[in-house]
Design a protein around this ligand. Structure first.
Ligand SMILES: [Zn+2]
Ligand SMILES: [Zn+2]
Length: 293
């Protein structure tokens, strides 16, 4: 809740909250010190307003700030991108501008009482897809008081599997994700693609779709087939480099199956967000530009 008296605060820029990055933990927001003694209510949480000739107590807007900070802290934004926001997203290509516009439009237009079509960002790693997912959830929580959750699909699957060891059904892990107003699923298609994995994804997104809830996605897979990219220095775990390259050249439909792909089409607008060139090569100075596609 911006307060007219605090717009010059150097810590929060007047927003009233500060997001902190603590390694090993998901992103956390806290009330800015400029808000510790609310200038309107003095910390009581209520203000007196005139109504029909007398004064009545009204909940102070600073109360919303605490509620919204609480919502933000439940999202589960990874520490590495704790501070991701729309303002901090660098739009240095047409892809970036279009993707940011799509994400911001979704966040600004979102209403809890009407179904809103989600978005799916696709493109190679390093373009900022996760940043936009996190920025969207942050905006919804802190600016609109809308609850959201962020999950990486592979990690969600491993949470479901560990639940089995404790004799929990998959529903115990999925249930909180079936009712949250906005769910962001990152790294879609990175899983192995077994029948069981697909059935978990299908159940999660179909139930949300049927309930009219919005789901956002990010995936490193393209909609059309493309030639395998040369990516020297790429860390590959559990799979041979050849297998990995082939897998990366697969389409999203091949990775998730036609049934889920057509469901994604119904639920989302597809938006390409690709680095255009390989960011990791640029960063590590090991390669010759690598423009591709
Ligand atoms: Zn402040
Ligand atoms: Zn107050």
């Amino acid at each position: 809740m911006p307060d007219p008296g605090t717009t010059s605060c150097a810590d929060c820029g007047g927003s009233g909250y500060v997001v902190e990055q603590v390694l090993g933990h998901t992103a956390r927001a806290r009330r800015c010190t400029c808000q510790s003694a609310c200038p309107r209510c003095g910390g009581s949480g209520y203000t007196l307003v005139p109504s029909a000739g007398s004064m009545v107590a009204q909940v102070c807007s600073c109360r919303h700030l605490d509620e919204r900070i609480g919502l933000f802290n439940q999202i589960g934004i990874p520490a590495a991108i704790a501070k991701a926001s729309f303002d901090g997203f660098k739009s240095w290509s047409q892809d970036h501008q279009r993707a940011k516009t799509a994400a911001e439009d979704f966040a600004r237009k979102f209403r809890k009482d009407a179904p809103t079509k989600g978005y799916l960002l696709y493109g190679r790693p390093g373009a900022g897809k996760t940043h936009l997912l996190a920025a969207t959830l942050r905006y919804l929580a802190l600016e609109k008081g809308v609850s959201g959750r962020y999950v990486e699909f592979m990690l969600l699957l491993s949470d479901i599997r560990s639940g089995f060891d404790a004799k929990h059904s998959h529903m115990e892990t999925l249930r909180p994700l079936l009712s949250v107003p906005v769910l962001a699923i990152d790294e879609l298609g990175k899983e192995r693609g077994t029948e069981w994995e697909r059935s978990m994804l299908d159940e999660l997104i179909s139930r949300r779709f049927n309930s009219g809830l919005a789901t956002l996605f990010a995936t490193n897979y393209f909609l059309e087939a493309r030639a395998p990219a040369e990516e020297p220095g790429r860390v590959v775990r559990t799979r041979s480099p050849d297998f990995q390259r082939e897998a990366e050249a697969m389409t999203l439909a091949q990775r998730v199956g036609d049934r889920i792909y057509s469901r994604l089409n119904e639920m989302c607008s597809f938006v390409k967000l690709d680095p255009g060139h390989d960011l990791r090569k640029d960063r590590h100075g090991s390669g010759s530009g690598g423009f591709w596609g």
